[in-house]
Write a protein that binds this ligand. Structure first.
Ligand SMILES: Cc1cc2nc3c(=O)[nH]c(=O)nc-3n(C[C@H](O)[C@H](O)[C@H](O)COP(=O)(O)OP(=O)(O)OC[C@H]3O[C@@H](n4cnc5c(N)ncnc54)[C@H](O)[C@@H]3O)c2cc1C
Length: 303
């Protein structure tokens, strides 16, 4: 056995990874977690729908508190990305970006998803201040306001329809809609205003979004813009381990109710295991994965 063997290694320090570290640590497992808090989806978010937080709470604060809690259970944190993972002889080996190597009896994948960006001028600076990548998360902030959804596929179409229950006006900006007849029908019978054959050139606003300038020269005044281009998961590391992906989306990891993947000792939790992309789901799955991994490691150590 390697000298410095961990019971539970966790890739990702968002809410899923932190909760996994708290629960695995509370079971007295030797835990190490990798990742950078500022890269979590939660870091720039303002949260109003997470149980027990009645007022809007900053995602950054949740992450800071979660890390302190996990550290109080002796979990170790390393603010580095993992660039390589292998699984040999029932042990997981991990290599960090600075070349450090670690070995663990179990591994929890909680790397979240990389939300696809528009790449439009002004977009980056206004994330969390009118630019959103998640209708389910932020629709509630736009009650009675004007919003635009950008995208060509089902995520954008369904997002636009959902927003009708909140916003005053909903625009759907697309190059060409590539959606099913059912969704087409839904949009046609709805109040969504479709602007086709164009795209967003620039997101306008100083402190918050004031509108979008389109490539056709049109200026659309809105308070919020939802980028719904679907998501590409942080899947390369997982694929290297031979993980089975969800057959329908192919961009999230398939797990059972114990958050187990198809590989013994390997778990997945949070956004990486599918929608809804919400903190409540991430911490719930992190809790289950942390407990399961700690118990698996204990059995393995005693065998
Ligand atoms: C603008 C915005 C607003 C949102 N609002 C809400 C809301 O109101 N309510 C709600 O419930 N949810 C909201 N969400 C969603 C919520 O933030 C996510 O569901 C949640 O953060 C998912 O947690 P996670 O732990 O799965 O992934 P993340 O929080 O994304 O964490 C992923 C972690 O993995 C790490 N990582 C990735 N690759 C590697 C690697 N190779 N090596 C090491 N580490 C790696 C990252 O550094 C990061 O620490 C919002 C998201 C956004 C973007």
């Amino acid at each position: 056995m390697p000298k410095d063997l961990y019971d539970v290694a966790i890739i990702g320090c968002g809410p899923a990874g932190l909760q996994a570290a708290i629960h695995a640590g509370s079971k007295k497992a030797k835990v190490i977690a990798f990742g950078k808090a500022y890269k979590s989806s939660l870091y720039k978010a303002h949260i109003a729908n997470f149980c027990c937080h009645e007022k809007v709470v900053l995602g950054k604060d949740i992450l800071e508190t979660g890390r302190k809690q996990a550290e109080s259970f002796d979990a170790l944190f390393l603010e580095e990305d993992i660039i390589e993972t292998t699984n040999e002889n029932n042990l997981f080996s991990l290599k960090t970006e600075s070349g450090k190597n670690f070995t663990s009896r179990t591994l929890i994948l909680s790397m979240g998803v990389a939300r696809k960006k528009l790449g439009a001028k002004g977009e980056k600076g206004l994330v969390g201040r009118g630019v959103s990548y998640c209708v389910d998360c932020d629709a509630n902030f736009y009650k009675g306001l004007d919003v635009a959804v950008v995208g060509n596929e089902s995520a954008a179409a369904t997002g636009a329809v959902t927003l009708l229950s909140y916003a005053k006006t909903v625009y759907l900006i697309c190059r060409k809609l590539m959606i099913t007849d059912t969704l087409h029908g839904q949009l046609k019978n709805s109040q969504v205003k479709i602007i086709q054959n164009t795209w967003v050139k620039e997101v306008i606003g100083t402190n918050e979004v004031e509108g979008v300038l389109l490539k056709n020269g049109e200026m659309v005044k809105v308070n919020g813009i939802f980028v719904e281009l679907g998501a590409k998961g942080a899947m390369e590391l997982a694929a290297n381990l031979g993980v089975v992906f969800d057959a329908e989306t192919l961009n999230c990891i398939e797990t059972n109710k114990k958050q187990e993947t198809n590989i013994p000792g390997l778990y997945a939790a949070g956004d990486i295991s599918g929608r809804p992309w919400q903190i409540a789901k991430a911490v719930g799955e992190g809790c289950v994965a942390g407990i399961q991994a700690a118990e698996y490691a204990k059995k393995f150590a005693n065998s």
